[in-house]
Design a protein around this ligand. Structure first.
Ligand SMILES: [Zn+2]
Length: 291
């Protein structure tokens, strides 16, 4: 498959999950049938699984597996199969970076079939529990307010909560010794980010969260973004620079008295064109920045 095709499929699946259309439709099942879940080594104990939905981070070693996010329920068997190519050990822990369905869809599979314990920020449990027909097995069992650390495979895995950014329940995960950061949806590499203003997210909070994470890493840190390919600090800096510049641009137009629709009609500077994608095009990004 061409790279562009994979991109457009993963983008449309993300859009589906967020609009809630994917729940159990035959259409979505069909789409998942064509999705491959592939494991890529990142560094040391850490691997990344790419399929559809949020990238999955994996720590694998003698104590077992810890995974960060688990994409869609329809991909659970493929995720398990990809994990088995890395290690035959049990998946003991799942961390949800936030509640969106393209990051938490296989929770029930891992808790029921693999006896894994799910960890997340408190608001992730609250938001998942509020959903229609939520399987109790999909809910995080251990919740935290500020973060938690895992000590396994001879390493330390730090989980940090960042407040009111992509949602009100975001976590980022830093695998200390291999020096790998999983950002959850606090990073869409080279794309305008989705900021879920209806679920406690905010543009200012998102910028603060990204800058906090950037201040914690160095040029050697490998980054697994929520969406997009493996990245580094320079990529992350370029991303936050884009957000700050477009935010300042839209806020300046607003201060001049332009309405939201007027700013949409005027558009952003052409240099940002390549950041637009199916789910967050220029119009949606402007409307997010204006509010
Ligand atoms: Zn998300």
């Amino acid at each position: 498959m061409k790279k562009t095709t994979i991109k457009s499929i993963s983008r449309s699946l993300l859009a589906l999950s967020i609009t809630g259309l994917m729940a159990s439709s035959v259409f979505a099942q069909d789409r998942f049938a064509k999705i491959e879940v592939k494991a890529e080594p990142v560094r040391g104990s850490v691997h990344m699984l790419v399929g559809a939905g949020g990238n999955i981070g994996v720590s694998a070693g003698p104590d077992g597996l810890l995974i960060v996010d688990d994409q869609y329920a329809g991909l659970a068997d493929k995720i398990a199969a990809a994990l088995s190519t890395i290690s035959d050990k049990q998946t003991r822990y799942v961390i949800n970076t936030h509640f969106h369905g393209d990051h938490t869809g296989s929770n029930a599979f891992f808790s029921k079939n693999k006896n894994a314990t799910i960890f997340a920020h408190e608001n992730v449990r609250v938001r998942l529990a509020a959903g229609d027909d939520t399987d109790p097995a999909s809910l995080p069992v251990v919740t935290y307010e500020k973060g938690v650390k895992f000590h396994m495979n001879g390493e330390t895995v730090h989980v940090y909560h960042l407040s009111n950014a992509h949602t009100d329940g975001d976590s980022a995960v830093w695998f200390e010794q291999p020096d790998v950061l999983h950002t959850g949806d606090l990073f869409f590499k080279d794309w305008f980010p989705f900021i879920d203003l209806n679920s406690g997210g905010s543009v200012a909070g998102y910028i603060t969260a990204v800058e906090t994470l950037i201040s914690m890493i160095d040029d050697d840190t490998k980054i697994i973004p929520g969406h997009g390919s493996m990245a580094n600090k320079a990529d992350y800096q370029r991303f936050v620079d884009m957000i700050k510049e477009t935010y300042a641009y839209v806020q300046a137009k607003k201060a001049q008295g332009m309405s939201e629709d007027d700013v949409v009609a005027a558009g952003l500077e052409d240099k940002w064109d390549s950041w637009a994608w199916q789910f967050i095009g220029e119009e949606r990004w402007i409307r997010t920045l204006y509010k």
